[in-house]
Design a protein around this ligand. Structure first.
Ligand code: ZN
Length: 160
Protein backbone atom coordinates (compact mmCIF):
# COMPACT_ATOMS: atom_id res chain seq x y z
CA UNK A 1 0.00 0.00 0.00
CA UNK A 2 1.34 3.36 -1.05
CA UNK A 3 1.19 5.98 1.68
CA UNK A 4 0.68 9.54 0.55
CA UNK A 5 0.99 12.26 3.09
CA UNK A 6 -2.33 13.78 4.06
CA UNK A 7 -2.79 17.45 3.32
CA UNK A 8 -3.67 20.04 5.91
CA UNK A 9 -5.78 22.11 3.58
CA UNK A 10 -6.88 21.57 0.03
CA UNK A 11 -8.91 19.38 -2.28
CA UNK A 12 -8.80 15.62 -2.64
CA UNK A 13 -10.45 14.17 -5.73
CA UNK A 14 -10.92 10.52 -4.86
CA UNK A 15 -12.40 7.40 -6.47
CA UNK A 16 -11.45 8.58 -9.95
CA UNK A 17 -11.92 5.80 -12.48
CA UNK A 18 -8.43 4.39 -13.07
CA UNK A 19 -6.96 6.11 -16.13
CA UNK A 20 -9.17 9.19 -15.90
CA UNK A 21 -6.95 11.07 -13.46
CA UNK A 22 -4.65 12.40 -16.17
CA UNK A 23 -7.65 13.73 -18.09
CA UNK A 24 -8.93 15.49 -15.01
CA UNK A 25 -5.48 16.98 -14.39
CA UNK A 26 -5.29 18.17 -17.97
CA UNK A 27 -8.74 19.73 -17.71
CA UNK A 28 -8.06 21.46 -14.38
CA UNK A 29 -4.74 22.84 -15.66
CA UNK A 30 -3.64 23.61 -12.11
CA UNK A 31 -1.04 26.30 -11.64
CA UNK A 32 1.77 24.26 -10.11
CA UNK A 33 3.74 27.40 -9.31
CA UNK A 34 1.10 28.01 -6.64
CA UNK A 35 -0.04 24.54 -5.62
CA UNK A 36 1.51 21.24 -4.75
CA UNK A 37 -0.30 18.49 -6.62
CA UNK A 38 -0.11 14.80 -5.80
CA UNK A 39 -1.36 12.40 -8.46
CA UNK A 40 -1.74 8.75 -7.54
CA UNK A 41 -2.45 6.39 -10.41
CA UNK A 42 -3.89 2.93 -10.06
CA UNK A 43 -4.24 2.93 -6.29
CA UNK A 44 -6.01 0.09 -4.53
CA UNK A 45 -9.62 0.89 -3.81
CA UNK A 46 -11.86 -1.15 -1.59
CA UNK A 47 -14.88 0.06 -3.57
CA UNK A 48 -13.83 -0.03 -7.19
CA UNK A 49 -10.74 -2.21 -7.52
CA UNK A 50 -8.44 0.43 -8.96
CA UNK A 51 -8.68 4.19 -8.79
CA UNK A 52 -6.76 7.40 -9.36
CA UNK A 53 -6.50 10.08 -6.68
CA UNK A 54 -5.57 13.75 -7.03
CA UNK A 55 -4.62 15.93 -4.06
CA UNK A 56 -4.25 19.68 -4.49
CA UNK A 57 -2.64 21.45 -1.59
CA UNK A 58 -3.96 24.81 -0.39
CA UNK A 59 -6.66 25.05 -3.03
CA UNK A 60 -10.23 25.13 -1.76
CA UNK A 61 -12.32 27.06 -4.22
CA UNK A 62 -11.59 25.58 -7.62
CA UNK A 63 -14.85 25.33 -9.53
CA UNK A 64 -15.27 21.58 -9.92
CA UNK A 65 -18.94 21.38 -10.82
CA UNK A 66 -18.29 20.21 -14.38
CA UNK A 67 -15.96 17.41 -13.32
CA UNK A 68 -18.89 14.99 -13.53
CA UNK A 69 -18.64 15.38 -17.29
CA UNK A 70 -15.27 13.63 -17.23
CA UNK A 71 -15.84 11.15 -14.40
CA UNK A 72 -19.14 11.19 -12.47
CA UNK A 73 -17.92 8.45 -10.13
CA UNK A 74 -15.18 10.65 -8.65
CA UNK A 75 -15.74 12.22 -5.25
CA UNK A 76 -14.44 15.56 -4.08
CA UNK A 77 -13.40 16.19 -0.49
CA UNK A 78 -12.54 19.63 0.83
CA UNK A 79 -9.90 19.37 3.56
CA UNK A 80 -9.22 21.84 6.31
CA UNK A 81 -7.02 21.16 9.34
CA UNK A 82 -6.47 17.62 8.01
CA UNK A 83 -10.22 16.89 8.20
CA UNK A 84 -12.85 16.52 5.50
CA UNK A 85 -15.09 19.56 6.00
CA UNK A 86 -17.16 19.11 2.86
CA UNK A 87 -17.88 16.33 0.38
CA UNK A 88 -19.07 17.21 -3.10
CA UNK A 89 -21.05 14.62 -5.05
CA UNK A 90 -20.46 15.12 -8.75
CA UNK A 91 -23.35 15.23 -11.16
CA UNK A 92 -23.43 14.88 -14.91
CA UNK A 93 -23.86 18.47 -16.12
CA UNK A 94 -26.77 19.14 -18.48
CA UNK A 95 -25.02 22.02 -20.27
CA UNK A 96 -21.30 22.59 -20.58
CA UNK A 97 -19.50 25.61 -21.98
CA UNK A 98 -15.93 25.52 -23.29
CA UNK A 99 -15.08 22.04 -22.07
CA UNK A 100 -15.79 19.80 -25.06
CA UNK A 101 -14.47 20.87 -28.42
CA UNK A 102 -16.70 20.22 -31.42
CA UNK A 103 -14.93 18.02 -33.98
CA UNK A 104 -17.08 19.04 -36.91
CA UNK A 105 -14.79 21.11 -39.20
CA UNK A 106 -17.83 22.93 -40.62
CA UNK A 107 -19.14 23.89 -37.19
CA UNK A 108 -19.11 27.61 -36.39
CA UNK A 109 -16.94 26.85 -33.34
CA UNK A 110 -14.24 25.45 -35.66
CA UNK A 111 -14.35 28.57 -37.83
CA UNK A 112 -14.95 31.38 -35.34
CA UNK A 113 -12.17 31.35 -32.79
CA UNK A 114 -14.17 33.20 -30.16
CA UNK A 115 -17.39 31.22 -30.45
CA UNK A 116 -18.09 29.43 -27.16
CA UNK A 117 -18.23 25.64 -27.31
CA UNK A 118 -21.67 24.84 -25.92
CA UNK A 119 -22.96 21.29 -25.54
CA UNK A 120 -26.22 19.93 -24.15
CA UNK A 121 -26.68 16.54 -22.50
CA UNK A 122 -28.93 14.34 -24.62
CA UNK A 123 -28.41 10.92 -23.04
CA UNK A 124 -27.34 10.59 -19.42
CA UNK A 125 -26.73 6.81 -19.58
CA UNK A 126 -24.23 7.03 -22.43
CA UNK A 127 -23.17 10.57 -21.49
CA UNK A 128 -23.91 11.90 -24.94
CA UNK A 129 -23.76 15.60 -25.65
CA UNK A 130 -25.05 17.57 -28.62
CA UNK A 131 -23.29 20.63 -30.03
CA UNK A 132 -25.57 23.65 -29.78
CA UNK A 133 -24.63 24.88 -33.26
CA UNK A 134 -24.28 21.88 -35.53
CA UNK A 135 -26.03 19.07 -33.56
CA UNK A 136 -22.94 16.83 -33.69
CA UNK A 137 -23.01 14.22 -30.94
CA UNK A 138 -20.08 13.47 -28.63
CA UNK A 139 -20.09 10.52 -26.24
CA UNK A 140 -18.02 11.14 -23.13
CA UNK A 141 -17.76 7.41 -22.53
CA UNK A 142 -15.66 6.93 -25.62
CA UNK A 143 -12.13 8.13 -26.25
CA UNK A 144 -12.54 11.85 -26.22
CA UNK A 145 -9.18 13.04 -24.97
CA UNK A 146 -8.65 15.46 -27.84
CA UNK A 147 -12.04 17.04 -27.36
CA UNK A 148 -11.46 18.24 -23.82
CA UNK A 149 -10.39 21.84 -23.45
CA UNK A 150 -8.26 23.12 -20.62
CA UNK A 151 -10.14 24.79 -17.89
CA UNK A 152 -9.69 28.49 -18.47
CA UNK A 153 -7.22 30.07 -16.09
CA UNK A 154 -9.44 33.14 -15.44
CA UNK A 155 -12.13 30.87 -13.95
CA UNK A 156 -9.56 29.40 -11.65
CA UNK A 157 -9.21 30.96 -8.24
CA UNK A 158 -6.35 30.00 -5.98
CA UNK A 159 -6.93 29.70 -2.27
CA UNK A 160 -5.44 32.68 -0.51
ZN1 ZN B 1 -20.53 21.82 -33.55
Amino acid sequence: MLIIQSIEKGIVIDHITAGMGSKILSYLDIDTSKHTVAFIMNADSSKHGRKDVIKIKDAVDIDLKDLGLIDPSATVNIIENHKVVRKIKLEIPTRVVNIIRCKNPRCVTSIERNAPHIFHLTDEESREYRCEYCDDIVSMKEDWKNEILHKERPRYKSGE
